[in-house]
Design a protein around this ligand. Structure first.
Ligand SMILES: NC(=O)c1ccc[n+]([C@@H]2O[C@H](COP(=O)([O-])OP(=O)(O)OC[C@H]3O[C@@H](n4cnc5c(N)ncnc54)[C@H](O)[C@@H]3O)[C@@H](O)[C@H]2O)c1
Length: 368
């Protein structure tokens, strides 16, 4: 296996890193990557949200703690025991449609839960780098063709988007009140940023009402997948793309670079902002067995139609950029699920190694 030790300036090797939401789709990929870089990974979250789940299929050498982020007592205990220097906060109720059924719980977990994580970090005092994951849906959606910038107003039609926008406002308050940049190194040693990525796809996601998991579950049952909104466009990207951005931010904050303690967008190239229909057509090139039926129901709850992100800030200051084009992403994903359903194997480590090799070939800063 190629060495991962030197990625992101080699800062993760030997560091204790807390990942909230490690049993989820993105958190499990992040934990795998951190472990391969030699970090001492501590995970804190509820049980895996689906069965099967990526976390359960991986064998990661890490400490896994099952707990609720709203349980401040338990969070404080975990922080005091493990004294992490770097925290990635991903735990959330991440589903738009579920948020219509459970709005209050969604706000509790996503907004108040985030505050409880920040508060635990504040009390612990060990955390230098705190990266909080929100979403591209935090921007007030005007259904326009332009990508949203980090300076655009927050909003949120559905409870999920609004709860994450609340988390952003709460973050800003914490950054002003407790992790103030002018008081850094004087009253505190914590730099806090937020990250807003688009629709993330990859092997090992079985969440409800998401396009790729819906397609893969249907094809495994030899059934057509039901498509709700074929014309919706989203900034699709492989899960490893935003994770590279989160890890790059984790490194900058750890090194005390205050200008990175802000909000950051991570999106795909413009020509990879595709409609659901276009994504389906690419997937079928790699797995022709996939069939679909379009059932647009006017009674479906509202979901944003057009959503794009402007990630010029990440490209300019963080030197981040996507590594894989959509064809490569879709090919890797279909292979991942085909291996799983047909051979009972998973290819996550292989995906990670290829991704890092391709990023190295592009000469990206975080690989040097
Ligand atoms: N997947 C995407 O396309 C996408 C896009 C934008 C943003 N995000 C954000 O990325 C993060 C991870 O999303 P995901 O797709 O991996 O979701 P997921 O549902 O797979 O994982 C969510 C994780 O949070 C944990 N969790 C939920 N409620 C909790 C609670 N009260 N206390 C402790 N842990 C709790 C779950 O156990 C799980 O580990 C979320 O913050 C989500 O909003 C995801």
């Amino acid at each position: 296996m190629q060495s991962f030790d030197k990625l992101f300036g080699g800062i993760y090797k030997g560091k204790t890193v807390l990942v909230t939401g490690h049993t989820g789709f993105k958190g499990s990929w992040l934990s795998l990557w951190l472990e391969k870089m030699g970090a001492n990974v501590v995970g804190y979250s509820l049980e895996p949200p689906t069965q099967p789940n990526h976390f359960g299929l991986l064998t990661i050498n890490m400490t896994s703690i099952i707990g609720d982020i709203r349980d401040s007592g338990k969070l404080d205990e975990v922080m005091a025991t493990h004294t992490p220097e770097i925290v990635f906060h991903l735990a959330a109720q991440p589903l738009v449609r579920l948020s219509y059924r459970e709005p209050v719980e969604t706000f509790e977990v996503n907004a108040i839960g985030s505050l409880k994580v920040f508060e635990a970090c504040r009390k612990a005092g060990s955390v230098k780098s705190l990266v909080s994951i929100t979403t591209d849906k935090v921007y007030r959606n005007n259904e326009w063709v332009w990508g949203y910038r980090e300076s655009d107003p927050f909003g949120g039609y559905d409870p999920y988007s609004a709860s994450k926008a609340c988390a952003e406002i709460a973050t800003d308050s914490y950054r002003n009140s407790f992790f103030n940049l002018d008081r850094y190194g004087i009253d505190h040693n914590t730099l806090l940023c937020t990250t807003r990525a688009g629709n993330v796809v990859g092997g090992g996601d079985w969440a409800a009402d998401r396009l790729i998991p819906d397609i893969m579950k249907a094809v495994s049952r030899k059934e057509p997948v039901i498509i709700r909104n074929p014309k919706s466009t989203r900034p699709w990207q492989h899960v490893l793309e935003p994770l590279a951005g989160y890890l790059a931010l984790g490194e900058k904050l750890y090194q005390g670079e205050k200008m990175f303690a802000e909000g950051w967008n991570f999106g795909p190239s413009d020509d990879d902002v595709l409609s659901v229909h276009e994504i389906l057509n690419i997937i079928r090139e790699f797995w022709p067995d996939i069939e679909y039926e379009i059932q647009a129901n006017p009674n479906n709850p509202h979901e944003a139609g057009m959503l794009q992100l402007d990630w010029a800030k990440a490209r300019t200051y963080l030197k981040w950029q996507p590594v894989w084009k959509m064809n490569t992403t879709i090919e890797r994903i279909t292979n991942w699920y085909r291996n799983y359903y047909q051979k009972n194997e998973i290819s996550s480590l292989d995906d990670l190694q290829q991704y890092v090799a391709d990023a190295r070939a592009l000469g990206l800063d975080w690989t040097k």
